[in-house]
Design a protein around this ligand. Structure first.
Ligand code: AHR
Length: 493
């Protein structure tokens, strides 16, 4: 093992912007075992639950301070008809989940259950509305059902279904991936549809919607250009961006989540760092139309997408989660923090049992993945001011070259949080962190580390766990030596 020297400068006097807590957001789709047999087990389950929602999952999500949860999709959203998911469960309409395995969706988890989940977790709900196969009236009535306080057909229906007071709803996505599963639309056509749909989504009873237009797929800069030209001025507060880390770049052969070579590891990190370029280039287009940054970039689907685990339903997107993807999570979150002047929300895909999950379940067992622990280590960035950081980096890799260290820093309530990922699988990093404009008297640090294939499973649920890590602050900053493949969070106060 070699030791590589790195210098990191953090300037506490150079604040980029506030890190919206929503950057640490999540996504739960009616896909595979994310909702059913995941978050929602039903009231009759022997697994401890409150009104059908798993208690251990709620507790785990609360611990990492999940700020916002996106639902019901994904591709599912543009086939979802919300009225099928309210009222007596036995009489709810069943449908085919055509996107995800062709299974029967019984609609037992609907609007009331989702808002109940958000209330239990203490997070903001983020609804993805159906523009692809729904109607303007249907979406308008959903908003009325959820947010209207007075007498109206939809508010009365909500009361009849047991909810007297309206809920608060801030985040509303008008469609999902309307360039693909949400209707295969051209950006010009979608922009007109967006304008029509958003017109009828009203602010009722003091509720104020934050409307989000469907944005680009990865590097589709033309889509962003058309959106900014045509929807920018139509009450749009956000434009979404979807980008998955697909190690092979081939949707038909994505590779295994747990069996991979070292060159494949570096390829994965290289591909994930592309997020920086995407945000910068989409941001440049947005800057031309919106120099005031009134419209936020909402990275509402990100994470690693691999082949499903052997023997599982290919439509359920169930994959394991190793230290490799913990590094992916850490790098992405650092990028979002460093671009928090434009990125106002991000939602990892997905919360439970799908894609780069935070949590895996099997019957009553629950495993917190390495990705979960990264969110735990990073949670003190939420609501803090992002600080300018400069890394004098080393270049590493095997086949693909990447910078060794990913970093971000923020300050809140006289505490500075510095988060680091050592992306090398073989070398330690000796990092001399010089902090300017902040006097640190004490330091507390935690580390998540392991061989890049290390993971938590149902037999060994605690193989990869955060641990306390010794660091010593000096009058110049702090000096650390961090092992290969590790994520570290340092709090100076
Ligand atoms: O997260 C899985 C799917 O990926 C979502 O349903 C869709 O929006 C995206 O293509």
């Amino acid at each position: 093992m070699a030791l590589k020297k790195i210098i990191l400068h953090v300037n506490a006097l150079d604040k980029i912007s506030s890190i919206n807590p929503e950057i640490y957001g999540h996504f739960s789709e009616h896909l595979g075992r994310c909702i059913y047999d995941g978050i929602y087990v039903g009231e009759k389950s022997s697994i401890p639950n409150i009104r059908g929602i798993r208690t251990d999952i709620v507790q785990a999500l609360k611990k990492i301070k999940v700020p916002v949860l996106r639902w019901p999709g994904g591709c599912f959203a543009d086939e979802y008809h919300w009225k099928d998911g309210i009222g007596e469960k036995n009489s709810r309409k069943k449908m085919i989940n055509t996107n995800w395995g062709g299974v029967t969706e019984d609609n037992s988890f609907g609007t009331h259950e989702f808002f109940d989940l958000c209330e239990q977790v203490g997070c903001e709900p983020y609804l993805a509305g159906n523009l692809g196969s729904g109607t303007v009236r249907e979406l308008a009535e959903w908003i009325e059902y959820i947010t209207f306080d007075g007498i109206s057909p939809m508010a009365d229906l909500r009361r009849k279904n047991g909810r007297e007071k309206p809920w608060k709803l801030k985040y509303l996505g008008i469609g999902n991936e309307n360039w693909g599963c949400g209707g295969s639309m051209r950006p010009e056509y979608y922009a007109d549809e967006y304008r029509r749909y958003q017109t009828f989504c009203k602010n009722f009873s003091g509720n104020e919607l934050f409307k989000i237009a469907c944005g680009p797929n990865s590097n589709d800069y033309y889509w962003t250009e058309v959106m900014m030209k045509n929807v920018n001025q139509w009450h749009t507060r956000g434009i979404s961006l979807h980008h998955y880390t697909l190690p092979t770049g081939d949707w038909n052969k994505k590779g295994s989540a747990r069996n991979f070579s070292i060159p494949e590891y570096y390829e994965t990190i290289f591909k994930t760092l592309y997020m920086e370029e995407l945000i910068t280039r989409h941001g440049e287009i947005m800057n031309r139309y919106d120099p005031q940054h009134n419209v936020g970039l909402i990275v509402d689907e990100w994470g690693c997408w691999y082949d499903v685990e052997e023997g599982t339903n290919p439509g359920f997107l169930y994959q394991q989660n190793t230290m490799r993807v913990a590094i992916v999570a850490a790098c992405n979150l650092n990028i979002f923090n460093n671009h928090s002047d434009r990125v106002v929300m991000a939602n990892l895909a997905q919360a439970v049992n799908a894609l780069q999950a935070l949590i895996l379940t099997e019957g009553e067992k629950m495993v917190l993945t390495p990705t979960y622990h990264v969110f735990d280590l990073y949670k003190s960035h939420q609501g803090a001011k992002a600080l300018y950081c400069y890394v004098d980096n080393q270049i590493i890799g095997d086949g693909t070259e990447i910078p060794m260290i990913s970093a971000s820093a923020s300050v809140k309530d006289d505490k500075m949080t510095i988060t680091l990922a050592n992306c090398s699988v073989s070398d330690e990093a000796e990092i001399d962190i010089s902090v300017f404009g902040f006097e640190a008297k004490s330091a507390e640090a935690h580390i998540l580390t392991g061989e890049c294939h290390a993971l938590n499973n149902f037999d060994y649920p605690q193989k990869v766990m955060p641990e306390a890590f010794d660091v010593n602050p000096s009058d110049r900053g702090v000096f650390v030596v961090i092992p290969p493949c590790s994520v570290v969070s340092i709090i100076l106060s």
